[in-house]
Design a protein around this ligand. Sequence first.
Ligand code: AP5
Ligand code: MG
Length: 187
Amino acid sequence: MRIVFLGPPGAGKGTQSQRLGQYLEVPHISTGEALREASRNGTELGKKAAKFYEVGKLVPNEFVVEIVAERLLQPDCRSGCLFDGFPRTVPQAEALDRLLAEQGDKVNVVLQLQIDNEELINRLASRGRVDDEVETIKERLQQYAAWTNPVVDFYQQRGVLCQIPGLGTPDEVFARIKTVVDATPTK
Ligand code: AP5
Ligand code: MG
């Protein structure tokens, strides 16, 4: 099962993909986490990426496509995986299609977590990551509108998009996700 989580910053992609990964017993791939880890480790890619994500801009497509391509080759991803925060641009979505097709696979379902701006600003302000300053959150939202909304359309046209209300407790949101995933054919 290959599942993509879409949604603006603070929508709950990380929270819910972690839960779903445990439920399905498949890894979850977060490009945001991978970039922060690369930066903590002081790699060249990490240093370059931090210049973008610290100010709320998307990093260049090739950075994240390379991360995902390498991760997909790991044996634990063979039977399935979840994508948290990837793809975020149409070229990334096309790259993901190609990478999965090489393994005879495809995206089964795309879960779009929906949440209003007021709620997400409250959530992020109380978390305090390096990119959680109000001005940076606004930039992240603009980047989402410019680059990721077209990805929503891309998957809608494929008939794999499923909208999930992101308000409520994490348990309530997970129950909605589980209902959709349990009903999704794997092939
Ligand atoms: P990334 O790390 O993916 O950040 P994001 O998309 O901005 O989203 P967040 O991680 O802030 O939110 P989330 O939806 O995961 O919600 P969470 O569960 O954490 O990306 C960071 C940056 O890296 C990007 O800006 C970009 O620069 C770069 N990047 C990453 N991927 C890229 C790509 N593919 N292409 C280019 N650049 C890329 O929840 C948020 C908070 O709310 C938490 O504190 C949580 O505890 C809380 N919460 C969660 N659910 C609930 C609930 N139901 N009720 C109350 N609180 C809740
Ligand atoms: Mg996250």
